[in-house]
Design a protein around this ligand. Structure first.
Ligand code: SAM
Length: 259
């Protein structure tokens, strides 16, 4: 099926209904994903697609999942978390005794819960609740419930799963002492203001569909949000080009320090 309808028109209408600005994402990938979704729901053009999205909440939800890709895991890329725990955090704690931390693009919560479990398990103090943000309200709702399938919970190390989750039938519920360490909030990284003075920011597997220009702007904003010597932890397929121009310096693979 060929789609010749006006992409710009669709982008505008979609922003009106979702507040998501697709122009910040790489167009070829986004268009491909959207067109493949349109094929699966059997609509021939953008106009009928917008009508469908406005009238069918289930399809709208599935579509958001399809384009935002909410996949996550506890301690995703465990060897990078080991570097975080053994090398990065001790340095961050050299000149202070508690950390201000942000998980940006936290999806269904596995990343901020991993942070909370690590901090609790290693007696690392946080100066305020871990900030966990995402553009998608539905994933945030799931995140704040803290209930995971057996398969999802298996990605947490045994000691943490045994200590910080309670089994409820086929599910695992994150214990309240971990939950209360986190504050979940909706935020669009491309539009909303950032806080300041973070010791550690995680933004992992979020920028993958952003244009180069959008990525550069975003990393610049993260740099401004970090305190001097604060650290940005990025995803395992990501790299920051011209980091120095943004006031960042690579200190380990996937970790950048604010100069
Ligand atoms: C693949 S998940 C990453 C989850 C977690 N950081 C990890 O690495 O496992 C990507 C998340 O980025 C979020 N996202 C995409 N665009 C965003 C934006 N402009 N602002 C905030 N979050 C965004 C999506 O909603 C999705 O939940």
């Amino acid at each position: 099926m060929e789609y010749t309808a006006d992409w710009d028109w669709f982008v505008k209408r979609f922003e009106g209904m979702s507040r998501i600005d697709l122009t910040a994402y790489k167009r070829p990938q986004m268009e491909r994903r959207i067109n493949s979704f349109m094929r699966t729901v059997g609509v021939p053009d953008y106009k009928s697609f917008v009508d469908l999205l406005l009238n069918d909440k289930v399809v709208y939800r599935r579509f958001l999942d399809h384009i935002t890709i909410n996949v996550s895991e506890f301690f995703r890329n465990p060897n990078h978390w080991e570097v975080l725990e053994k090398e990065i955090v001790p340095v961050l704690l050299k000149d202070k005794n508690s950390l201000k931390v942000w998980s940006a693009g936290c999806s269904t919560g596995e990343e901020p819960y991993s942070l909370a479990m690590m901090f609790k398990g290693k007696n690392i103090n946080i100066s305020e609740k871990i900030l966990a943000t995402d553009i998608d309200m539905d994933v945030l709702e799931k995140a704040s419930m803290g209930i995971y399938s057996d398969k999802a919970a298996q990605t947490a190390p045994d000691t943490y799963r045994n200590r910080y989750f309670t089994r409820e039938g086929d599910f695992f519920r994150v214990n309240d002492d971990i939950k209360k360490m986190i504050k979940f909030e909706r935020q669009d990284l491309l539009k909303d203001q950032f806080g300041r003075g973070f010791d550690l920011i995680l933004c992992r597997n979020v920028v993958i569909y952003f244009t180069e220009e959008t990525k550069q702007k975003l990393y610049h904003k993260f740099s401004e949000a970090l305190r001097p010597q604060g650290v940005l932890f990025i995803g395992s397929t990501e790299q920051i080009f011209q980091a120095r121009d943004m006031g960042l310096q690579s200190i380990a693979t996937f970790f950048y320090k604010k100069i």
